[in-house]
Design a protein around this ligand. Structure first.
Ligand code: SF4
Length: 68
């Protein structure tokens, strides 16, 4: 049952992010755009929309999903 407590959350690599806003469009509850960088504001909301989509749509592969 250990796995039940792990949580997946998206992480943005700011060296790669170009601030295109695609992730914010798909997942506005989780991502916010500030100073041309995407910030993860509420990783726990990841359950309500599939953040894998933001990983796929990011043009520079700046988003990855990590498991905690
Ligand atoms: Fe940055 Fe990628 Fe989000 Fe665009 S989709 S704002 S490049 S993290």
């Amino acid at each position: 049952m250990e796995g039940d407590f792990s949580m997946k959350k998206p992480v943005v690599d700011w060296d790669l992010c170009i601030g295109c806003g695609s992730c914010v469009e798909i997942c506005p509850e989780v991502f916010e755009l500030k100073d041309d960088k995407a910030y993860v504001i509420a990783p726990e909301k990841c359950d309500t929309c599939n953040c894998q989509e933001t990983v796929d749509i990011c043009p520079v592969q700046a988003i990855s999903i990590v498991e905690e």
